[in-house]
Design a protein around this ligand. Structure first.
Ligand code: CA
Length: 244
């Protein structure tokens, strides 16, 4: 795997004016990016030069942007952000269901775009650094196991599934603070989560499905209305922690 593009942001946007604004905004903040006009061009490049993050416009000439999000999720471990002119909540929620980490609606505030991009990069970079430094730890709870280095979630029968980075981050945050309320801001890793931002709730739903937790009567991941979520389990950690 080439290291060159590892910190690069791939921008998939067919409108040159929007693309230029996005690129200029990110570059002004020290982030390097590359522009792709079609989904075909981006997907052809992703395997050879894995980016840190892909920003995907939903309205594309050659493919449905949501399909691109899903394909990126299957083929790559990069962050995925949706950039959409469509103001419809359903599109954004579907985008998150397909595994996008976040979304920004056009016309966007440059500051908001940069903050959200940085938040995703932090989330992925932080977890990657943890794994690279040999800080592998495994959380055991209710017969389940979660490996913080490989993101593997193993069920009580021994079946394993690898979580995407956004879900892995969410689960790890809950596991680090069992039986304590985590606010949606804490779970998102950003203080400026907007009140109508449903990204955390969508991710919690995905996580509950993976943990086979009944969404109507959750036993593991409890909803604390108006505040956030709480993981109602006892957790024991094994493996090498970074700080002993
Ligand atoms: Ca477009």
């Amino acid at each position: 795997m080439s290291d060159a593009g590892k910190h690069e942001i791939h921008v998939l946007e067919d409108d040159p004016l929007v693309a230029r604004t996005v690129m200029r905004t990110l570059e002004e903040h020290g982030l390097s990016c590359r522009w792709f006009r079609t989904a075909a061009e981006l997907l052809a490049c992703v395997d050879r030069h894995p980016p840190a993050l892909c920003i995907v416009d939903l309205g594309l000439p050659d493919r449905d942007g949501l399909e691109v999000v899903r394909e990126l999720r299957q083929r790559s471990d990069c962050g995925v952000m949706i950039l959409t002119a469509r103001g419809f909540l359903s599109d954004r929620v579907i985008g998150l269901e397909f595994g996008a980490d976040d979304y920004v609606v056009k016309p966007f505030e440059p500051r908001e775009l940069v903050a959200r991009v940085r938040s995703i990069l932090r989330r992925y970079g932080g977890l990657g650094a943890n794994a690279a430094q040999g800080g592998r730890r495994v959380a055991c709870f209710e017969g389940w196991q979660f490996d913080t280095a490989s993101f593997a979630l193993t069920d009580p029968e021994g079946g394993a599934e690898v979580l995407g980075a956004a879900e892995a981050h969410l689960l790890q945050t809950l596991l680090e603070h069992p039986n304590r309320i985590q606010t949606r801001q804490q779970l998102a890793g950003t203080p400026d989560l907007l009140p109508y931002d449903r990204s955390i709730d969508v991710r919690i739903s995905r996580l509950r499905r993976k943990l086979r937790d009944d969404p109507h009567n959750p036993r593991l991941v409890k909803t604390v209305y108006g505040v956030g979520y709480l993981l109602a389990v006892n957790v024991s950690w094994t493996g090498r922690a970074e700080h002993g």
